[in-house]
Write a protein that binds this ligand. Structure first.
Ligand code: PLP
Length: 403
């Protein structure tokens, strides 16, 4: 086994395009529930959940059965939007029922960034305006459009020129909302910034944002790619603020481990994609029937087990324990979060990195956030067991002591 592991690692570094100089590099054999198992039989407790994907844990048997069942019927048959595919129709109806009115027309994609691309395009087409507003610290994906509205210049600059008519506003600053004007097609916002360092806006900010968009006729897009499907203690994070966007974008946990995203909007907004010209936004694989079947099974688990409630209970417990750790440490500045999207803000990047690597040595997977290297994200599966939480807390306490 040892030779195989080393050979696989060598080939991984040689032939799989690398995205950093320090990949985690675990050689995975299988994954199940809250654990990832490596080829040498080590069990890693996964408190990253594939970055907020595995809300129902890894390789859920109901998702696997749904995949097998659908795969035996048909795989890809025709590009999105041409044939009537039962798993797609059922999932669209299900999402429409779960989301508040009037969000009831669903366009399926393969990923979160594609969901945001579609949302921005449909907003421009519907309003016949081009100005886009986004927020500092946001992350919306790595394709050109989504990157254009991603609020950290270090990631945009190497790829410029991107979309030019984009204005960034400070996040959670009510006074800045006047920048949203009659030229604005859309404002895109994460209801809780994930990669920005688990930043939770005030209710006043979110309400003022909604009313400013209404005043000037700009569409409001909520990017719930990371916050959706129970992660923050509600089925969707929008429920925390009691406001409804014009378009919501979804991905990550939607597919229960399979790649699928969606943007969902009002019928009049979404209807613009079928005319002037027809076929103005198409995709081959978006809403793949196997991924839709997996998503339906995953939704059954989330809803059947009311996992957003579990996220709340476990989240409050973890935050409480982490705040106790904070009192005894001058390395932790803040602990914040909603449900099981939790951030530990360290005094400096080195401390955050050491905490993550000390935890990993003890086989607990954690990670920092993309735009805020000082903030470590704690985001286990929502159905994590009490014992697994205790195990993780013990490891985090030791990792902090040795920092
Ligand atoms: N939007 C948010 C809020 C995200 O957190 C992410 C990914 O981390 C994306 C969009 C991009 O999603 P994907 O990686 O599926 O393209």
């Amino acid at each position: 086994m040892a030779w195989r592991k080393e050979e696989l690692r060598r080939l991984f570094l040689r032939h799989v395009c690398q995205t950093s100089s320090e990949p985690l590099g675990l050689v995975v054999e299988r994954a199940s529930g809250s654990f990832v198992y490596t080829v040498d039989g080590e069990a890693y407790l996964d408190f990253m959940s594939g970055i907020a994907v595995n809300n129902i844990g890894h390789t859920h048997p109901k998702v696997v059965s749904a995949i097998v069942e659908q795969a035996q019927k048909y795989l890809h048959v025709m590009v999105y939007g041409e044939y009537v595919l039962e798993p797609q129709v059922t999932l669209a109806k299900r999402l429409s029922e779960l989301l508040p009115e009037p969000l009831d027309v669903v366009y399926f994609t393969n990923s979160g960034t594609e969901a945001n691309e579609g949302a921005l395009k449909v907003a421009k087409k519907f309003t016949r305006r081009s100005k886009l507003i986004a927020f500092d610290g946001s992350f919306h994906g790595d394709t050109h459009g989504s990157l254009s509205v991603t609020g950290r210049s270090v990631y945009r600059e190497p790829f410029e020129p991107l979309l030019t008519n984009v204005t960034f506003l400070p996040f959670n600053d009510v006074d800045a909302l006047g920048e949203i004007d009659e030229q604005t097609a859309a404002v895109i916002v994460e209801p809780i910034q994930g990669e920005g360092g688990i930043r939770i806006p005030s209710e006043r900010f979110m309400r003022e944002l909604r009313s400013r968009c209404d005043q000037v006729g700009a569409l409001l897009i909520f990017d719930e790619v990371q916050t959706g499907f129970g992660r923050t203690g509600r089925m969707f994070a929008l429920e925390h603020w009691g406001i409804v966007p014009d378009i919501i974008t979804l991905a990550k946990a939607l597919g229960g481990g399979m790649p699928i995203g969606a943007f969902v909007g009002r019928a009049d907004v979404m209807g613009t994609l079928s005319q002037e010209p027809p076929l103005s936004h198409v995709t081959t694989f978006g809403g793949h029937p196997v991924c839709c079947a997996a998503a339906l099974a995953s939704l059954d688990v989330i809803i059947g087990e009311r996992l957003w409630e579990r996220a709340n209970t476990v989240g409050e417990y973890i935050i409480g324990r982490l705040r106790k750790l904070k009192w005894g440490s001058n390395l932790i500045l803040d602990v914040r979060g909603l449900g099981l999207l939790i951030g530990i803000e360290f005094a400096h990047e080195g401390a955050a990195r050491r905490f993550v690597s000390q935890s990993l040595k003890r086989r607990l997977i954690l990670g920092w956030t993309l735009h805020s290297e000082r903030v470590v994200r704690v985001a286990p599966p929502l159905n994590v067991s009490d014992d697994e939480v205790e195990m993780a807390m013990d490891i985090m306490e030791k990792a902090l002591r040795e920092n």
